[in-house]
Design a protein around this ligand. Structure first.
Ligand code: SDX
Length: 434
């Protein structure tokens, strides 16, 4: 949609005053009106709570076409990356902008692999938590605490330190995530193994025990690696915007990623995969689907179909399609013939996609709709679902953080407001208050 018809400026007229603002064009996707001078020229702010019509930055990392259901990482379609490469290749692509050569890939894999251990004193952190602490609470705490251990990579003005912090974050998230899981089930931590690939290493740290050898299923490792690719980055979503805003003050990258984890935890965002599985479990059987679909359509009922709808996708989330295929692969590999939750999910999707309410509001399954069923089948508890989302999204967060820090026009983010509170009034002494 070319709304600007090649115009180079937008004109705003208020009463007898007019102002012109430049239109900036991207490679693909909507043009933007640069209103950075609006307040200085007109004394007015724009108003866009939820940022439905606001571009917060310029970026070259990820492109989404919500109407067409398209997702590109550095121009490459998500479907091709998920099929053709592995997660660390996607990490390299998101960080550096190009697909790695074989030598570059080997070097990157080697570098990440050799940063997978965490400082052994991190273990003491875990002993402060109750065993039933939500692992996302543990992740927010421990990732933030990494700043206390890695002072040699918190100077964000040093490109080398920014790079090592990026590698450390990508490398250590699986180790911390697995530790959070092991702690919750009272099993000893399993150290990373340098002879395993990224996804296999994570599965081994989660499911191996000291008493016997654990053999990672190559099919499950490949499926998990693909799930990580699907979750790696997604433009300026809520948690990425949180990381960018935190980073704009000069905060160190570990603290910024901890802020992103906190934001992702919400059920409207990354917490939806945990909430979607809980919803499917509560529905229980296909015959109860109409009851829940009616609740989701009822304006007076706050219930929403978790894993459905999206701020940007007004078409099928391309990741959800791959997620559904991966779900079937995992269930087949595990010999799970008929998973009642999958039966409910497939029927719920069919009913919703034929319902006028969902059609009119363009509500489709998103990435969180099928991921929970897959992760549950792999043996992860629902409380770990968003942890895995955070693990995979770390490369997107750190890549967007790095792009922001390296943008010469970067300055602290400081939005304004529409104030509707009390106008100036004088203090009233206690004796005079009614
Ligand atoms: C992620 O931004 C990203 O890119 C996020 C993400 C990423 O990779 O980073 O893709 C990951 O967070 C995916 C989304 C996961 N969340 C959920 O599945 C939770 C359920 N979905 C909704 O809460 C909702 O769809 C959002 C939060 C995802 C989007 O909310 P919006 O864009 O603010 O849309 P909205 O709430 O204004 O809804 C528009 C209309 C409303 O009805 P009206 O007020 O216009 O009458 O659609 C309705 C909503 O009530 N609606 C739903 C619905 N989602 C929206 N009705 C029932 N069930 C739903 N799931």
């Amino acid at each position: 949609m070319d709304a600007t018809n090649n115009a180079t400026a937008a004109k705003l007229t208020v009463g007898d005053k007019s102002w012109e603002f430049p239109i900036k064009k991207g490679t693909i996707g909507p043009d933007v009106v640069d209103i950075s001078k609006l307040y200085g020229q007109s004394g007015m702010f724009t108003y866009d709570p939820g940022f439905t019509s606001t571009a917060s930055c310029e970026s070259q990392i990820t492109y989404i076409d919500g109407d067409e259901g398209v997702l590109l990482y550095r121009g490459f379609p998500i479907e091709q990356l998920a099929e053709g490469g592995d997660f660390l290749e996607t990490c390299y692509l998101l960080l550096y902008g190009e697909l790695p050569t074989a030598a570059q890939k080997a070097d990157f894999d080697h570098s990440v692999t050799r940063h997978t251990m965490v400082h052994d004193q991190m273990n003491r952190f875990f002993n402060g938590f109750r065993r039933d602490a939500h692992p996302m609470a543990i992740m927010v705490a421990c990732v933030g605490a990494l700043s206390a251990f890695y002072h040699d990579s918190t100077d964000i003005s040093d490109p080398q330190q920014r790079l090592i912090a990026s590698i450390r974050m990508i490398a250590k998230m699986p180790t911390l995530a697995a530790m959070a899981y092991k702690y919750s089930i009272g099993q000893p931590f399993v150290y990373p193994k340098n002879d395993l690939d990224y996804a296999s290493n994570f599965l081994n740290m989660c499911f191996a025990v000291p008493c016997e050898d654990y053999k990672v299923s190559p099919t499950l490792a490949r499926a998990l690696d693909k799930i990580f690719i699907l979750h790696a980055d997604h433009e300026q979503n809520a948690s990425t915007s949180t990381v960018r805003l935190a980073g704009s003050s000069g905060a160190n990258p570990f603290a910024c990623i901890a802020a992103g984890i906190a934001c992702l935890w919400g059920p409207a965002h990354g917490g939806a995969n945990e909430a979607a599985l809980k919803m499917l479990t509560e529905i229980g059987t296909p015959d109860r689907i109409p009851e829940f679909v009616n609740k989701a359509k009822d304006k007076n009922d706050p219930f929403r179909l978790m894993g459905f709808g999206h701020r940007v996708y007004k078409n099928y989330d391309p990741r959800a399609k791959i997620m559904q295929q991966t779900c079937h692969e995992v269930l087949t590999e595990l010999g799970i013939k008929d998973d009642p939750l999958l039966d409910v999910a497939v029927e719920l999707e069919r009913v919703a996609l034929h319902d006028e309410y969902f059609i009119e509001k363009k509500l489709y399954p998103n990435i969180d709709f099928y991921s929970g069923i897959t992760l549950k089948a792999m043996g992860f508890p629902t409380t770990m679902f968003t942890v895995l989302f955070a693990l995979a999204r770390t490369v997107g967060w750190i890549g967007q953080w790095k792009e922001m820090i390296e943008d010469p026009s970067q300055r602290i983010g400081r939005p304004r407001q529409l104030y509707t509170g009390a106008a100036r009034r004088d203090y009233v002494a206690m004796s005079k208050r009614k």
